[in-house]
Ligand binder design. Structure first.
Ligand code: ITT
Length: 211
């Protein structure tokens, strides 16, 4: 049985870009949200082998610490020509200073080394695994992806992480060139564009009611 989110929710992320998007996605549902940072919660080690298990690790740790239902996202970019890298290590490729210009340049260097210069050899997708965990161990889990092509040089200053390099299929502007509302691509603009918005639509279907 799925469980509805009815009361206060902890957003279990320390990434400000994600936090902003997760708050925007929740806004129409009238759920009071507080971030892990505001509650002073620590960051658990992400020891899982896939996005789904890392999202669960983060949501469960926050639910236990805050004694409240907690909402986590584990996400990343999967590059076909790099055998799926950086994948679950997407945050780590930015190093301790979280410099995504460095991480994007590393992807580009590796693509050049492999001769991946044409769009068909620069395919990638973002993945978002979302997990809501309750203190009594109940979990709700969903996952979604968005496919696209990697461009160089990066374009745009909106968004976060790898957004300036990612051109979603069917669009002429990168995520870095889109306002967050366009990146979400939710009605009336569409039925969900970004990996996170698409996963959120699935979560909303099973756990949320519009107010
Ligand atoms: P939390 O674990 O605290 O949520 P994090 O940044 O460490 O924050 P992840 O382990 O899930 O989160 O790493 C995901 C990385 O993938 C993130 O740091 C971004 O660089 C990248 N990423 C995920 N979603 C993205 C998006 O919508 N746009 C651009 N980059 C994204």
């Amino acid at each position: 049985m799925h469980r509805r989110i009815t009361d206060k929710l902890v957003i279990a992320t320390h990434n400000p870009g994600k936090l902003a998007e997760m708050k925007e996605l929740l806004a129409p549902y009238g759920i009071e949200a507080v971030s892990a940072g505001e509650l002073g919660l620590g960051e658990p080690d992400e020891t899982g082998n896939d996005f789904r298990s890392n999202a669960a690790i983060k949501a469960i740790a926050a639910a236990k610490a805050a004694k409240l239902p907690s909402f986590a996202d584990d996400s990343g970019i999967v590059v076909d020509a790099l055998d799926g890298a950086p994948g679950i290590f997407s945050a780590r490729w930015a190093g301790p200073t979280k410099d995504f210009n460095v991480a994007m340049a590393r992807i580009e260097r590796l693509l050049q080394e492999r001769g991946s210069t044409t769009p068909d050899r620069r395919r990638a997708h973002f993945v978002s695994a979302l997990c809501v965990a309750w203190p009594d161990d109940h979990l709700e889990e969903v996952q979604a992806r968005v496919d696209g092509t990697l461009v160089w040089p990066p374009r745009g200053t909106a968004g976060f992480g790898y957004d300036p390099m990612f051109l979603p299929d069917g669009h002429s502007r990168t995520f870095g060139e889109m306002e967050s509302i366009e990146k979400h691509g939710l009605p009336p603009l569409g039925l969900g564009l970004s990996h996170r918005a698409r996963a959120f639509v699935k979560l909303a279907e099973i756990c949320l009611e519009p107010r």
